[in-house]
Design a protein around this ligand. Structure first.
Ligand code: PBG
Length: 323
């Protein structure tokens, strides 16, 4: 009978040994909390497909932002649901639009104690639900959309965003936004580019959260889940165009992309654990099929292990408390 010379199990014998040997650790500052604000409500409203996540009022988002600061989170990412939507997403660039008002309230509450980010995309503001301006034939007009994004960026920066998050996957969006910000005196407003964003079924519950009326899909601008190489191209272009951070989205089904991007990126890499990833775990846990807390921490650890510096997660506050 021969005995193994190599015994990897030695490093797993006790919690202390495992803690010593752990290569990846989670910290509250790794987490970015997405928050939704709806213009027309007076009380926070639950989102059915995302149990535990709320559509906030301006008053309740202040409290949620203060809580994020108290937990030591790295950032908050703001999304808005406006009262009015139209073809051009006009309220997205209105200085009094709901996202701009939310930014001002939140900055008033938290100052510089946490990084305040805003989603820079038209889909929350358009009646057709696309991330850009559409032509008569229904196709998305890339360059006309860029003009809208440039204006949105300046409005969001003026309202108080530390960092804007262009998520529309239009070609050239980071360059246009960087130039617009610089020309308006917002040289210090940073850009978190959603660089590698896939046309994913995992965004399903988010559409309820922002009440998107999209018919059809986003496959002419978001990436094909079959592809990895084009993510590296998108990341390279975004860094060249001035991205301060890049993002991969969704996270869990795209950990190979997170790893490849982390290996080439000169800037910090974020990954977005999206609404469908959240809903999947919550539903299975509610049925008693998964240990909820263990699953949450395991997914977050996996995203960090794959190479992400930050994770956008709806569990940010709760996960910070678990640590
Ligand atoms: C676009 C945007 C989306 C999400 C974040 N920003 C939706 C989409 O592109 O279809 C999805 C986030 C999530 O599913 O949690 N503004």
């Amino acid at each position: 009978m021969s005995f193994p010379l190599d015994r990897p199990r030695r490093l797993r014998t006790t919690p202390a040994m495992r803690r010593l040997a752990a290569e990846t650790r989670l910290h509250p500052a790794d987490f970015i909390l997405p928050l939704f604000v709806k213009e027309t409500i007076t009380e926070p409203a639950p989102i059915t497909s995302m149990p535990g996540v709320l559509q906030h009022t301006l008053a309740s988002v202040r409290k949620a932002a203060a809580e994020a600061v108290a937990e030591g989170l790295g950032g908050i990412m703001l999304f808005a649901v406006p009262a009015e939507k139209d073809a051009r997403g006009t309220t997205g660039t209105d200085p009094d639009g709901i996202l701009q008002r939310t930014l001002a309230e939140v900055r008033d509450e938290v100052g510089d104690r946490i990084v305040v980010m805003s989603d820079l995309c038209l889909d929350e503001f358009t009646d057709h639900g696309h991330c850009g301006v559409i032509r008569e034939d229904g196709t998305v007009d890339n360059d006309a959309t860029l003009e809208r994004y440039a204006e949105m960026a300046v409005r969001q920066a003026a309202a108080g965003a530390h960092m804007v998050g262009p998520s529309g996957m239009m070609d050239g969006q980071v360059a246009v936004i960087r130039r617009a910000l610089d020309e308006s005196g917002f040289q210090d407003t940073a850009i978190l580019a959603y660089s590698a964003k896939y046309a994913s079924a995992f965004f399903g519950p988010f559409r309820e959260a922002v009440e998107s009326s999209l018919e059809g899909d986003r496959r002419t601008y978001q990436q094909d889940p079959a592809n990895a190489r084009e993510s590296l191209r998108e990341v390279r272009l975004d860094i060249e165009e001035g991205a301060d951070m890049v993002m991969v989205k969704p996270a869990l089904s795209y950990l190979d992309i997170v790893r490849q991007v982390a290996d080439i990126s000169e800037v910090p890499v974020a990954a977005y654990q999206v609404s469908g990833e959240y809903a999947m775990v919550e539903a299975a846990a509610a049925a008693g099929w998964l240990d909820r807390e263990r699953t949450i921490l395991e997914t977050l650890t996996s995203v960090r292990r794959a190479g992400a510096t930050s994770v956008l997660t709806y569990w940010a506050v709760e996960a910070a408390r678990m640590l």
